[in-house]
Design a protein around this ligand. Structure first.
Ligand code: GLC
Length: 556
């Protein structure tokens, strides 16, 4: 059951507001900065933007710790700035998706502050997951769950009279207490939040930790099969065995009850005109399980992290493409594709890492197997050219269109990811993919803003990756993205299908999608391309030879 809804074919560009563009020169990106650059995004050729959180927040997890779901943080501007941004985007034909963070709030949220003040057994405490501790005096946490960011998932509070008291659950930082979604009050609040933004005109929501809101009854102990947690708390590595039997889900991920929440939300979204959407961030596997989030009466899209985690190897890529189209197709949803976001090592670095790298751990100076920048960029361009030829909807992360690598050598004092602090520096975390992006080579902060300031330092090498140096330059990464997006639209690739082509060797992903043939050489041996007009190549080709780490599109 495929239809013509916009989200089935959309290219959605993720904006990380802190790092996109800074209009007021305080070193932190803002909404006015985004509005000013929307024409650049229209020119790039995307269909929608997804804004990472810009809500009121103490920024302990870069805004994923929300203290008011219905207001904009002064760091980023005001609700009026949001309205201007959205109006401008809509006038340019760009849809706007906002991030919704329903698993937890900030500990600064008035609801949590009220829960602390009201004491054990109160209605206010029941909005979150408070429990008495174990041990003679309740000195031990209620169970053994670990935070995704490292350390214990429980924090003990002082009761209003000052005595040590109950514990609250936080699957992430201690400043991010989990809501109790079994409580109807919580559900009612979030229906209001949805309506607030839908009334304002947003085109949809990216739902944070969409696999986490319901916890197994009794909160049973859980010991993960491998040490360390990924964003999913599972076993995500760069070489996942996507055919493996799914591991048993932890009692805090993918509980059946989460689906009732999305069925409820879907009814609300469907009351609004204009095809508003829900997109799930659900770090679960296998893909057939992810597809449960996008059954016809639930969400519209789910991120395809299995694709993101697939190494740059043709056999694995062919398999994950088949699995994705089958799993999402079985429930009538489009497959999505993604290579980078604000939580993972940028793909211009990740695809050339030679060591294992658990998702969310990041890379830094002491990482074993650091990538070669030239190989990484070449693979990233080839991987993007492959992704944008696939049917369905694709997500891009700001800066990948410039070929930005992960920043590996951030000074420790500049780091802000709670992962870094909660693991005592053992995991670098995600700051390296969040560095403010370069717009103009010769300007202060490379045109990120009008001043020298930038909340994370930008590496000197970024001058030559600035957008203005790539604009109009044939073969630049920016122009490659523009060409791919233009051809993708012109040839209706997003509505097509994948018909595998044989005879190009094990290391080549070769398929026909409508009137385009796509060849991605993930190996080292050059391969001869068949006849046909060359539409796009991720590197300059010599004759009909497709070298390693290169993708080409031919007219069929
Ligand atoms: C999601 C976000 C991530 C955040 C976490 C907690 O995984 O993408 O950035 O830290 O949720 O909200």
């Amino acid at each position: 059951m495929t239809g013509s809804e916009w989200w089935r074919t959309a290219v959605i560009y993720q904006i990380y507001p802190r790092s996109f563009a800074d209009a007021n020169g305080d070193g932190m990106g803002d909404l006015a900065g985004i509005t000013g650059h929307l024409p650049d995004l229209q020119e790039l050729g995307i269909d929608a933007i997804w804004l990472s959180p810009m809500y009121t927040s103490p920024q302990r997890d870069a805004g994923y710790d929300v203290a008011d779901y219905c207001d904009v943080d002064p760091l980023f501007g005001t609700l009026e700035d949001f309205d201007v941004l959205q109006r401008t985007a809509h006038s340019l034909g760009i849809r706007v998706i906002v991030d919704l963070v329903p698993n937890h709030s900030s500990s600064d949220h008035p609801w949590f502050q009220a829960a602390l003040a009201a004491g054990a057994g109160s209605a206010e405490r029941a909005h979150y997951i408070f429990r008495d501790g174990q041990g003679v005096t309740g000195e031990l946490p209620p169970n053994n769950w670990q935070s995704v960011f490292g350390g214990n998932a429980w924090t003990r509070v002082a009761e209003p009279d000052g005595t040590p008291g109950q514990w609250y659950l936080h699957l992430f930082d201690s400043t991010q207490p989990d809501f109790d979604w079994d409580n109807p009050w919580v559900r009612e609040q979030f229906r209001d939040v949805l309506r607030f933004w839908l009334d304002r005109g947003v085109d949809g929501f990216r739902v944070d930790v969409a696999h986490g809101m319901i916890k197994a009854a009794g909160l049973p102990d859980y010991t993960p099969p491998v040490a360390g947690g990924s964003m999913g708390g599972g076993t995500a590595t760069l070489e996942p065995d996507i055919s493996a039997e799914p591991a048993a889900m932890p009692p805090y991920w993918a509980q059946d009850g989460v689906h009732d929440i999305y069925r409820d939300w879907r009814i609300i979204l469907d009351e609004y005109p204009g095809q508003r959407i829900l997109a799930a961030e659900a770090w679960v596997d296998p893909l057939t399980r992810v597809a449960e989030w996008v059954r016809p009466d639930e969400m519209h899209q789910a991120f395809n992290f299995a694709y993101l985690e697939t190494p740059w190897r043709a056999p694995a890529l062919r398999r994950v493409i088949d699995d994705s189209l089958a799993a999402f197709g079985a429930v009538g949803a489009p497959s999505t594709w993604v290579l980078s976001n604000h939580d993972v090592v940028r793909h211009a670095s990740r695809l050339a890492l030679s060591g294992d790298n658990l998702q969310g751990h990041g890379i830094g100076p002491n990482t074993v197997g650091l990538p070669d920048a030239v190989v990484g960029l070449r693979r990233a361009r080839a991987a993007t050219a492959l992704m944008l030829a696939l049917p369905g909807s694709s997500y891009l992360y700001q800066g990948e269109e410039l070929g930005l690598p992960e920043v590996v050598d951030l000074p420790d004092h500049a780091r802000e990811d709670p992962t870094w602090f909660r693991t005592g520096g053992e995991r670098y975390g995600r700051d390296g993919c969040r560095v403010p992006i370069p717009w103009e080579a010769a300007a202060p902060s490379y045109g990120f803003g009008p001043s020298e300031k930038s909340w994370l330092p930008q590496p000197a090498e970024w001058a030559h990756l600035a957008r203005d140096l790539q604009e109009g330059v044939p073969g630049s990464t920016l122009e490659l993205y523009k060409l791919a997006l233009r051809l993708r639209r012109a040839h209706s690739l997003a509505l097509g299908g994948v018909e595998w082509l044989e005879g190009f060797g094990d290391e080549v992903v070769a398929f026909r999608n409508g009137d385009v043939r796509v060849f991605a050489n993930t190996g080292t041996s050059p391969v001869e391309l068949p006849d046909g007009e060359l539409l796009l190549a991720s590197e300059t080709l010599a004759g009909r030879i497709l070298p390693g780490d290169t993708t080409a599109w031919l007219r069929a």
